[in-house]
Design a protein around this ligand. Structure first.
Ligand SMILES: NC(=O)c1ccc[n+]([C@@H]2O[C@H](COP(=O)([O-])OP(=O)(O)OC[C@H]3O[C@@H](n4cnc5c(N)ncnc54)[C@H](OP(=O)(O)O)[C@@H]3O)[C@@H](O)[C@H]2O)c1
Length: 273
């Protein structure tokens, strides 16, 4: 049987299907009438069984164990199946799926999580692995279930996530750290907050309601996060030096250069649209 036949009425195995993102993917597959095996460490169906039997095998386990899980089950995934993952970093799992299996390979990254904002478009990044058919199939599945798809090279994805997740989460955690060390109570700060700052406090609350493992991985298992946090700190130091010297002209120069950068970016967007 070829992949075209297998994807007509596929059996989908989600390794990590008992977790948050695995359940999300399982739900959208079930909404299309597909049969899904949700695999966890204590489920009746094992990951090895699912890898052997399923037409589509999806990895959605913590980043720290993703490589080992792919190494273990990759060789069991059949050549005419589709092998995918939902990991927040893309180079490592895609390389591993290509190395340990002969199946079609696609990398997905849902660009939302526990703190999903239903007002914003829900986007999923799709990265090339091996083959075209499976990629088109999953893009179609996502589009018809209400998700926007963006196509990125896996290296480019990880580089962008170095800012979108790395620097972003680092900044939020630093702010929370400062608030904690300020000697003021959370309630005291909340009571006197501006509307803008209330949004930041909400963001901090949402981040700290989740488990630290994911953030530790986003900051430490994507080489670009470390690179960009390092540059961020250097830029912060430069800015602090300007403040310390009360150099308002220097401050304005940086301010205007960033304004220009944003304006140019928005114009490019307009040109493309
Ligand atoms: N959370 C987010 O905001 C978010 C957003 C986008 C992408 N992602 C990605 O989605 C993936 C899963 O994250 P999640 O937040 O859904 O995690 P989660 O809710 O903690 O779920 C993890 C899943 O992996 C299984 N698991 C845990 N340790 C395992 C091990 N050693 N071997 C095999 N299976 C194991 C768990 O099964 P049992 O506990 O039932 O055994 C569970 O089904 C990660 O790669 C993450 O980068 C997360």
């Amino acid at each position: 049987m070829g992949i075209e036949d297998r994807l007509k009425n596929p059996l989908i195995g989600v390794i990590g299907g008992t977790g948050m993102m695995g359940s999300w993917f399982a739900d959208i597959c079930e909404s299309q009438g597909y049969r899904v095996l949700k695999v966890g460490r204590r489920t009746k169906v094992s990951m090895e069984q699912a890898a052997k039997e399923c037409d589509v095998v999806v990895i959605s386990v913590p980043i720290s164990v993703t490589y080992e899980v792919i190494k273990k089950i990759g060789p069991l995934v059949s050549m005419d199946s589709l092998f995918m993952d939902l990991t927040s970093v893309k180079k490592m799992p895609i390389k591993a799926m290509l190395r340990y299996s002969d199946a079609e390979v696609v990398g997905l990254h849902p660009l939302f999580g526990a703190d999903i904002d239903h007002e914003q478009p829900k986007k999923v990044a799709i990265c090339n692995g091996r083959g075209e058919y499976g990629k088109r199939w999953v893009a179609e599945l996502l589009n018809k279930t209400g998700f926007e798809t963006i196509f990125l090279d896996c290296e480019e994805h990880d580089r962008i996530m170095g800012i979108v997740q790395g620097v972003n989460h680092f900044e939020t955690i630093c702010l929370a750290f400062r608030i904690k060390s300020s000697g003021m109570s959370w309630r005291e700060i909340e009571r006197s907050s501006t509307q803008t700052f209330m949004k930041k406090l909400e963001r901090i609350k949402r981040l700290f309601s989740q488990e630290p493992e994911l953030f530790a991985s986003l900051l430490m298992d994507n080489e670009w996060s470390l690179k960009y946090v390092d540059l961020y700190l250097k830029e912060a130091e430069k800015l602090f030096d300007i403040l310390n010297k009360k150099d308002k002209d220097g401050f304005k120069k940086i301010f205007y250069s960033i304004r220009q950068f944003i304006k140019r970016g928005m114009q490019d967007e307009g040109d493309m649209g």
